[in-house]
Structures are given as structure tokens and as C-alpha cells.
Ligand binder design. Structure first.
Ligand code: HEC
Length: 168
């Protein structure tokens, strides 16, 4: 019994450090609509990790650094997927997302989904592999919901209510 209690306490501590994804796994992600953003027009891939991004806005410099932390050399091909319910708001870029509205940055080569989904009109963040395994990581790793929030909510000039990319 004592062992079980210790294991349970250790488990809770591990969870509070690791935290995991806030947004739920969007099981229907394959049915979402791919949108065309400036990122897609730049070739559907984020700049390589050794690219000179010093002339770009700071938000993009930090974004490149974040995605390079995911995989050395950069994550490779990406696409942005939007749930049917969120499409009109995404396009209008007015931040009026409803419960369950979901946006995905799909790292295609890594088979990873960066997920933003909405509850009470506020963005929640998560990281999953394509099969739904939660792969969010410790705070500061770039793969923790708070890391996502720092950038997505922090750069107000670039984002609106958690949405970053603009439609072209
Ligand atoms: C340092 C900044 C930064 C961090 C950290 C960051 N992102 Fe992003 N993210 C961006 C930018 C910039 C775009 C828009 C790219 C484009 O389309 O031009 C974006 C796009 C997205 C999109 C596509 C929809 C949209 O908002 O345009 C999703 C979903 C997303 N990110 C989720 C996440 C998640 C989940 C995390 C944390 C694991 C995360 N992001 C971390 C900057 C960041």
C-alpha cells in the first residue's frame, strides 16, 4: 500500500512537471481544410535552421528557433489545417473562435501535429503525433503549452486570439 501511495505521489509530481497537452487530440484532423498562408507560399516549409533570418521580424526568428528545437536542421514540410467550424473565423481573422474550433500546424515529415483549439473563446495548445499520442514536453522545451502561449499570445502584432498565420 505504501509503495502504491509513493508511486502515485511520484506520478503526480511527474505530471505537474511535464503537464502535457491542454488541447484535445483532433481525431478528425485528416478531414480539415489546408489553408494557404505566407508560410505555405514560402515553399510549405519553415526556413532551414542555418538560414540567416536576422532581417525577419523577431517573431519569425523565434519561430524558426522553436521549430529547430523539434528537429536539428528544421522540421521540413509543413501544412496548416483548419477545422470546418473554424474556417470562417480563421479567414476573417477576427478571433471569434467557438468551443471546439481547431487549428493545426502539421509537421508532415515528423508526423507531428501542433494543435490550437478553443474553449470559452480562448486558445489551448497541444502537441500530438499523428496517431494521437501526447508528445508535449517540459516547459521551456518549446513543446509545452506555455511555450506556445508565450509566442502566440505574446506577439499581439502578429496574432489575434492565438491565431498567427494570415491567409493570402
Ligand atoms: C516563437 C513563436 C512561436 C512558437 C513558440 C510557436 N508558434 Fe505556432 N506559429 C507561429 C507563427 C509565426 C505561425 C504562423 C506561420 C504562418 O503561417 O506564417 C504559427 C502557426 C501555428 C499554427 C497554425 C495556425 C495559426 O495560428 O496560424 C498552429 C496550430 C500553431 N502555430 C500551434 C503552435 C503550438 C501548439 C505551439 C507550441 C508547441 C506553437 N505553435 C509554438 C509562431 C510560434
Amino acid at each position: 500500500m505504501k509503495k502504491i501511495v509513493i508511486a502515485a505521489v511520484a506520478g503526480i509530481c511527474a505530471i505537474s512537471v511535464w503537464a502535457g497537452s491542454e488541447a484535445a487530440y483532433p481525431a478528425a484532423w485528416k478531414t480539415f481544410t489546408a489553408v494557404n498562408t505566407p508560410l505555405m507560399e514560402a515553399g510549405g516549409a519553415l526556413p532551414g535552421c542555418d538560414a540567416d533570418v536576422s532581417s525577419l521580424p523577431k517573431v519569425y526568428q523565434e519561430t524558426v528557433a522553436t521549430y529547430c528545437a523539434v528537429k536539428e536542421g528544421g522540421p521540413g514540410a509543413v501544412e496548416i489545417l483548419v477545422s470546418p467550424s473554424a474556417l470562417a473565423t480563421y479567414k476573417a481573422r477576427n478571433g471569434t473562435f467557438q468551443d471546439g474550433d481547431t487549428l493545426i500546424l502539421h509537421l508532415k515529415e515528423l508526423q507531428v501535429l501542433f494543435v490550437t483549439s478553443y474553449k470559452d473563446h480562448k486558445p489551448l495548445y497541444g502537441v500530438y503525433d499523428e496517431t494521437g499520442k501526447d508528445v508535449a514536453s517540459a516547459e521551456g522545451s518549446g513543446l509545452h503549452p506555455n511555450d506556445c502561449r508565450t509566442c502566440h499570445t505574446g506577439y499581439e502584432a502578429f496574432g489575434i486570439n492565438g491565431q498567427m498565420g494570415t491567409l493570402k
